[in-house]
Design a protein around this ligand. Structure first.
Ligand code: AHR
Length: 616
């Protein structure tokens, strides 16, 4: 087997090629990248009617010491439900409160990860007709171990009052809870109870370790916030950006009826734009086009949805004195965000009103923002679209062998017309489990095909990105986490092999072989840190044979080849191996020096492996 790389000529790969797709699925955002620790912080998750279910809040104490209910007395107009706690016991008299007091606790999203030495900001809106003395504490899951505590003592909270405490943890516990307790008789209302670590990614509220995983793969864009999450099972439950902006306390939150959980929408439209900026990734906003899984707005009445999208663009890009730009400015970002891509809906091409609705959005957006690139849900890879678009969406979830064979998917696609955006792809089903090496290798083969076809495929993103292991709605996913741990699946690690590709130069790389399980590509890319140009060759061996591959590099003035060159291999003893919390590094890239680096060299490719040769 022989791989011949011709480095004397090449063509540029689009700057945008590899990015990420973030969807609020699997508690990826609420209870995931958004660092809010309290679940159902506004007591709205049970609905806007009272009495309502306050889960996962629970009560500390029994009926002789307190009663807890909900009413609609909140000071926040769009989320009126508040929690009412009637404390019947006291610190003296004939109904003495139990030691530690009575009250409520919130276990967060399957436990709060509280870490020694870290500081947590707790915000509580409170009201009472009498004076209050409330202990705010972070404790172990049964309340027995107190990690941090402070008291809120106030003689006049007859009007709703915002209180804030900083708690520094004296211990570590990944399944902690937040307690609000008292030993003073009376009635107290609570609303909008938030607990967040002070230390978040760039100070913008994101969970640091998880976002650093994204930083490591250098995404060139973020498509957000879904997926089906954007559509909703029913339109009334779809993500609507206007409900997700402004002060967090005032956001109504909503029940995502596709992935079946409540989100307080602390992670809203603004935060997605901010995250894109913080990661240096282009935002790609997917908005609802008046179509959900089960209901649709007719094109004759879609105008309010179109206006909502235009307002969303003004929010992102408008001057800070424009109607919606001023709302953005008030949230701390007077400069416009660099929003240049929007997708009109998600997977709706086959729906009755899609084309009609799409054209309404298309015309209005192109008129107001001619530079914005518009993405259609209709696949234009096998025949031309019957409507104008800058990009078309292409989604593929399939078996490993099929995805690997799709390395040639775009070889014969028409080069005229809109570009392809492979905005969701993954191996799923039994080949993938919850994230196998086999799946990852098939994806690597597919991505090599996209690199080679990047004159027509301009963007690609794996899906889904995150899963909270306590709420697996979709398998597999790229990054798995719980309250305190996280790891990348082999599919995540494949992404890392492609992080230099966007904006690189694609070289001609010819495999002379009869072995159809091999695919390879080669790029040169310039490292912005040292200004040096590197050659990177990637080879997938999707078969069970060990392969001895001769690699020849022609036409490159390689620096006296090539001390410091490296070889990185992703493989494992069993192709179905997966990573896990107990063995997070079972299938991770293995980096070694490439001792025999030269213009001609022999490389051994392990069965079922992805190999990268990085030559200086
Ligand atoms: O990625 C999971 C889901 O798959 C997305 O929400 C949807 O777009 C697709 O069907």
């Amino acid at each position: 087997e022989h791989l011949i790389v011709n480095a004397s000529s090449g063509r540029p790969i689009p700057e945008t090629l590899f990015g990420i797709f973030f969807e609020e699925i699997n508690h990826a955002g609420a209870g995931g990248i958004w660092a809010e620790l309290v679940s159902n912080r506004g007591f709205e998750a049970g609905g806007q009617n009272t009495p309502s279910n306050i889960a996962p809040w629970s009560i500390i104490g029994d009926q002789s010491s307190l009663t807890v209910s909900t009413d609609r007395s909140s000071c926040f107009e769009r989320n009126k439900v508040a929690l009412r706690m009637h404390v019947l016991c006291d610190s003296e008299g004939n109904n003495i409160c139990p030691a530690g007091g009575v009250g409520i606790y919130n276990p967060g999203f399957w436990g709060m990860n509280i870490e020694q030495g870290k500081t947590y900001k707790v915000v509580i809106y409170v009201r009472s007709l009498g004076s209050i003395n409330v202990s705010v504490s972070l404790t172990s899951s049964d309340g027995s171990q107190i990690l941090a505590a402070a008291n809120i003592v106030d003689s006049d909270v007859s009007n709703w009052t915002k209180t804030e405490v900083l708690l520094e943890a004296k211990g570590t516990n990944p399944s902690s809870r937040l307690q609000l307790t008292t030993s003073r008789k009376g009635v107290i209302w609570f609303d909008q109870v938030s607990a967040m670590p002070l230390d978040t990614y760039k100070g913008h509220g994101f969970q640091k370790e998880l976002i650093e995983m994204l930083e490591d793969i250098k995404p060139q864009f973020i498509r957000f916030p879904g997926g089906c999450f954007v559509e909703g099972e029913w339109l009334r439950n779809a993500f609507r950006w206007k409900e997700s902006i402004g002060p967090w306390e005032e956001r109504p939150g909503h029940f995502g009826d596709v992935w079946m959980y409540w989100t307080d929408d602390g992670l809203g439209y603004f935060e997605f734009l901010q995250l894109s900026e913080d990661l240096g990734a282009r935002p790609i906003w997917v908005f609802n086009n008046g179509i959900s899984h089960r209901d649709e707005v007719d094109t004759t009445t879609v105008a309010p949805f179109v206006q909502e999208a235009l307002d969303g663009l003004e929010f992102a890009r408008g001057a800070s004195d424009s109607k919606w730009g001023s709302v953005r400015a008030a949230m701390g970002h007077p400069e416009p965000f660099d929003l240049k891509y929007v997708a009109v809906g998600n997977e709706d091409c086959w729906k009755k009103n899609y084309r009609g609705n799409y054209l309404e959005f298309y015309d209005a957006i192109k008129h107001a923002y001619p530079d914005i690139k518009i993405i259609s849900n209709c696949d234009g890879s096998s025949h031309s679209l019957d409507h104008p678009a800058d990009y078309y969406d292409f989604h593929i979830y399939t078996s490993a062998s099929h995805l690997f064979s799709m390395t040639h998917q775009f070889d014969h696609t028409s080069r005229s017309g809109p570009k392809a955006f492979v905005s969701e792809y993954a191996v799923t089903g039994k080949d993938a489990g919850t994230g196998s090496l086999l799946a990852a290798l098939a994806e690597a083969g597919f991505l090599i095909g996209l690199e080679k076809n990047s004159d027509i495929v301009e963007m690609a993103s794996y899906a889904p990105l995150f899963v909270n292991a306590n709420d697996r709605r979709w398998n597999p996913d790229a990054i798995v986490f719980n309250s305190s741990m996280h790891y990348g699946t082999p599919s995540y690690w494949v992404q890392k092999f492609f992080r230099e590709s966007s904006g690189a130069t694609l070289l001609d790389a010819k495999l002379q072989t009869n072995y159809s399980s091999l695919v390879a590509s080669a790029i040169t890319w310039t490292n912005s840190v040292d200004g040096e140009t590197y050659l990177k060759i990637k080879i997938v061996n999707f078969g069970n044979r060990r392969v001895s591959l001769k690699v020849s590099v022609d036409g490159l003035g390689l620096n006296s080849l090539l001390s410091g060159s490296t070889k990185t291999v992703l493989t494992s003893s069993n192709v179905m191996d997966e990573n896990s919390f107990t063995d997070p590094n079972k299938v991770v890239p293995d980096l070694s020096l490439l001792e025999n680096a030269d213009k001609d060299m022999n490389i051994i490719l392990s069965p079922y492996s992805l190999t990268s040769l990085d030559l200086l």
